[in-house]
Design a protein around this ligand. Structure first.
Ligand SMILES: [Zn+2]
Length: 434
């Protein structure tokens, strides 16, 4: 792998609790960050120099909750509530998907995430072999699983499918990791929840599940399990690391219990707003010491994988529930999209911040003062501008473990062209919507 020297960038660094920007050069050797200093000179002629003058260099964004092939369901939520959308729009169309469809729909998402600055994504969707195959072809970082639920029975079969999928992994692949994913407490029986806890313990994997996304779930879960959602979580998953997607409707008791557990929230503000699930009080969760990271959810409900948009909305909506109070800041939301996400996915020893020794998962963001960036002028507060006035389209270059996947907005994925991905996905969308 070619070594990289990123010159003259304004580098986003985490110093104690603060987020700062300093002008530094970054040397990347064998996929790892080896030096972060002023004026590094290249001793080795083979090193590729990337000029980041007038640009921000920041950790690659980490999307902690998505359904990667759901790119194919973009803009199907209009006017629907969660249950109605799943039952009437999504599940009938999913029945028509072939493995090849899932591969191309995943490709569309990987191109989307690379082009908007996300370097790692946490998935939960069926036909995971295809999602993994596409991830390996694109060289992105991903947490993949075979979701488990037993609304229609077949629990043993789902468990077997998970085991078969997990056992078929390439043990040398450092970019793909795994979770055990009970879909949700409202689609999993008691027996199913227990079985997923057993799997997580057996394989030493985290749990990734939807949790209290909509108000309707609270009663449904009580009826199904005979107890409150938080009691089901505590009884079954104590001692296991848990990634809870959404957590919109956490009450005082939920927060008290979750504080004592090894868990965190994957907050998906845009999907929550699109499906009328209201607003998770992430300001309070963070104040209480619960780790909160950021996600988009699938494009079916979240519209897109642009984590800059998710950061902006995550900050803005806190003003809708906190009047004249301290609330989520731009610095906090940048951490949610990077280091908090790495912690939530148990990858913070490798990614989530720009530090010597970590893998080089980096993005270069164009903030040059020019017509395209006119909303950033004057750029006196670069951190706030990154959150409020930047979109994924500002991302120039995306690097995963030292490999350049996009450079100056040119995709570098071998053997796959964006025009082919678009054509294939349009055809699939047309066919399954009939
Ligand atoms: Zn979801």
């Amino acid at each position: 792998m070619q070594n990289l020297l990123i010159k003259n960038g304004k580098v986003v660094l985490f110093k104690q609790d603060d987020v700062i920007i300093e002008k530094k050069d970054i040397l990347v050797q064998n996929g790892k960050i080896t030096r972060i200093e002023e004026n590094i000179n290249c001793e080795n002629d083979d090193t590729k120099i990337i000029d980041a003058t007038n640009n921000v260099v920041m950790p690659g964004l980490i999307n902690t909750h998505a359904h990667i092939p759901m790119s194919i369901f973009r803009e199907t939520t209009e006017g629907c509530k969660l249950y109605e959308w799943l039952n009437e729009k999504i599940w009938p169309r999913e029945d028509k998907l072939t493995p090849e469809d899932v591969y191309w729909a995943s490709m569309l998402s990987y191109f989307e995430m690379i082009s908007t600055g996300t370097t790692c994504i946490n998935d939960q969707y069926f036909m995971p072999e295809e999602i993994r195959r596409a991830a390996m072809d694109c060289k992105v970082r991903a947490v993949i699983t075979r979701p488990i639920m037993d609304l229609e029975g077949a629990l043993e079969q789902r468990i077997e499918e998970f085991k078969e999928f997990y056992e078929s992994r390439d043990r040398n692949d450092e970019l793909i990791t795994y979770s055990v994913a009970p879909h949700s407490l409202y689609t999993c029986s008691d027996k199913c929840i227990k079985a997923t806890a057993d799997l997580a313990r057996e394989y030493n994997l985290p749990i990734h599940t939807h949790y209290l996304e909509s108000i309707d779930e609270i009663e449904d879960i009580k009826n199904k399990h005979g107890k409150e959602a938080i009691e089901v979580i505590k009884e079954n998953y104590e001692g296991i690391h848990i990634i809870l997607a959404h957590g919109v409707h956490l009450n005082k008791k939920d927060i008290e219990v979750l504080k004592t557990m090894d868990c965190g929230i994957a907050h998906n503000p845009i999907s929550n707003l699109r499906l009328g699930c209201t607003i998770a009080d992430t300001t309070k969760y963070l104040q209480e010491g619960i780790n909160v990271a950021l996600g988009t959810d699938g494009q079916g409900s979240g519209s897109n994988l642009d984590m800059f948009e998710a950061m902006r909305v995550a900050c803005l909506i806190q003003g809708g529930i906190h009047e004249n109070e301290e609330r989520l800041t731009a610095k906090q939301v940048i951490k949610m999209a990077t280091i908090n996400g790495a912690k939530l996915l148990q990858l913070d020893d490798k990614i989530g911040s720009i530090e010597v020794g970590k893998d080089a998962d980096l993005i270069i963001v164009d903030i040059e003062e020019k017509l395209d960036n006119i909303t950033m002028v004057p750029n006196l507060n670069e951190i706030a501008n990154l959150v409020y006035n930047t979109s994924g389209k500002n991302v120039q270059t995306t690097i995963v473990k030292g490999r350049v996947l996009m450079e100056n907005r040119q995709m570098k994925i071998k053997n796959v062209k964006i025009a082919d991905v678009i054509q294939k996905c349009n055809k699939i969308a047309e066919r399954i919507s009939k």
